[in-house]
Design a protein. Structure first.
Length: 434
């Protein structure tokens, strides 16, 4: 069907059936990519079980080095997302994945605090743009509520990466001596390989938009393009679609602050959880199994939470309450010594943080479009990712000073509480004018 065919003539397209098919074609591949990307971010937490001793890393040096990933991510985030907007998802996401896979493998051969810190910084530069790039990619495929469903399904990659990656990482750590390598080197090398393979597959499996999708009919492509264009025209009239529209919209910066607080919790806990569990007196393989529990529960909770939010006329209460629950549960865990009780509180914390993330990202994409979406989403992610620098570093420095996880966990809980209050005060940007 010709692109000039009136929209009304295309109304025969079954939106529900079409969008479910789009979900089935797009989500599984980007989901697998996200699982691998997230695993490459956090597996250094498992490597630290023996790497810190081998490299002579103090808690503060490990926390700083681990967090430098997010400083590199911050620096190159917006340029990377604008490059994807120009060159297309297929080529740019492939570039991101191949480069981060190579650098992640190189991390296995660091020799001390300086080379460890440098490798983490370079890994952040390489991976910058991946997550906001996927959010931007979704705006080219999913209108309205379907974008919320796609985002929630995509973000399940966080708990899945931890749920599957934790026992695998623990098992790989026990392959000490394989090919003359230490356990943490085996872990980093093997878990980086999938990123390179998936990066190459991106060139063949990731269409830039509906018009390049061979599995859609011409009628379906035209209908979806018109649907998205109509929605984005409305958003443009209300919020603008230029890069400056995002950088001059104060709501974007508030959302960036909220994301910053959420990532302090998410990555602060994620990178240090193996060492928290290690204090229960477990070996590496057992640490991997126990660490997987909060994320297994979180995978279910975030899907249920997102479904409830999508059915509701108001998403805001779900975002705020999830962050509030995370703050209270983490603060409680700081005062618990019994392993079972502590893990229950941490499981509730992780589940609530994941539920926050599953509902939060539909908010910025509900009022940003065009280059404003490319720049705005990248800005929110890049500033937010500084929380990935602050969280692990803060925990490392405070733990080294206090020789305990109590005060570090309370500090992270405080950041989550600030985020919840900021979200409550902001309200829903899609319901407000500039």
């Amino acid at each position: 069907m010709d692109m000039k065919t009136p929209f009304a003539a295309r109304a025969e397209v079954n939106e529900d059936a079409l969008m479910k098919r789009v979900l089935r074609h797009i989500i599984p591949f980007v989901f697998i990519c996200y699982v691998v990307s997230y695993l490459d971010r956090i597996n250094v937490g498992f490597a630290a079980l023996t790497m810190n001793r081998d490299l002579g890393l103090s808690p503060a040096e490990f926390g700083l080095g681990a967090g430098l990933f997010f400083l590199g991510y911050f620096i190159f985030e917006i340029p990377s997302n604008l490059a994807m907007h120009k060159f297309g998802a297929r080529v740019w996401i492939a570039r991101i994945m191949i480069s981060w896979g190579v650098i992640s493998m190189a991390t296995a051969f660091v020799v001390g605090p300086k080379s460890f810190a440098l490798s983490r910084f370079l890994l952040g530069l390489a991976e910058a743009g991946f997550t906001p790039g996927i959010y931007l990619y979704f705006t080219k495929w999913f209108p309205g509520a379907w974008r919320g469903k796609a985002t929630a399904a995509f973000l399940v990659g966080i708990p899945v990466a931890n749920m599957l990656g934790s026992p695998i990482s623990g098992a790989l750590m026990e392959l000490h001596g394989l090919a003359g390598l230490k356990g943490w080197q085996v872990l980093l090398l093997i878990e980086a390989l999938p990123a390179v393979v998936l990066g190459v597959l991106c060139l063949y499996l990731l269409p830039d938009g509906p018009m390049q999708a061979r599995w859609l009919t011409q009628q379906e492509r035209s209908w979806l393009e018109d649907k998205l264009a109509s929605e984005q025209k409305t958003l443009t009239q209300k919020h603008g679609d230029k890069l400056r529209d995002a950088f001059t919209n104060w709501r974007v910066f508030v959302l960036a602050l909220i994301n910053f607080c959420g990532i302090i919790g998410s990555l602060g806990i994620g990178l240090w959880l193996p060492q928290i569990v290690k204090e229960f007196g477990l070996r590496a393989g057992q640490v991997g199994l126990v660490t997987a529990i909060p994320y297994a529960v979180g995978a279910v909770s975030m899907l249920l939470w997102a479904r409830l939010a999508n059915r509701s006329a108001r998403r805001l209460p779900y975002v705020v309450s999830a962050m509030m629950i995370a703050a209270l549960a983490l603060a409680t865990s700081a005062f618990l010594a019994a392993p079972v009780a502590k893990m229950l509180a941490i499981t509730l914390t992780v589940s609530a943080i994941l539920s926050f993330q599953a509902t939060f990202w539909a908010i910025p994409s509900s009022f940003l479009t065009g280059r404003a979406a490319a720049g705005g989403l990248a800005l929110i992610v890049s500033i937010g990712n500084l929380g990935g620098f602050v969280g692990p570093s803060m925990i490392g420095f405070i733990r080294q000073a206090t020789n305990s996880f109590t005060v570090p966990l309370l500090s992270v809980a405080g950041a989550l509480l600030i985020g919840a209050c900021a979200m409550l005060l902001l309200g829903d940007p899609s319901r407000a004018s500039r």
